[in-house]
Design a protein. Structure first.
Length: 86
């Protein structure tokens, strides 16, 4: 049995939403990979693009416009608040 779905050009050109994972001032690759793997298993591998948000890029990059979710995985959440509040 075959299913035919109508082609919608606007859907085919949509940008995949971003999820950012912030792991603190230090670049914690293992923690990032664990969270990324968990999110991909829950949300689907192709549903979102997942990036590791580095500390230096919080106030320097225009990530807020293209982001659906920010995961803050650090014990020092105050560092995040200080930077975003600038």
């Amino acid at each position: 049995m075959y299913h035919v779905f109508p082609f919608r050009p606007s859907d085919s050109w949509k940008k995949v939403p971003n999820i950012l994972i912030y792991t603190g001032r230090r670049f914690h690759t293992a923690l990032y990979n664990d969270i990324r793997c968990l999110l991909r298993s829950l949300l689907g591998a192709d549903s979102y693009t997942i990036y590791h948000l580095q500390h230096e890029h919080i106030s320097a990059m225009p990530w807020e416009d293209n982001c659906e979710l920010v995961v803050i995985a650090t014990q020092q959440v105050s560092d995040w608040g200080e930077l975003v509040g600038k």
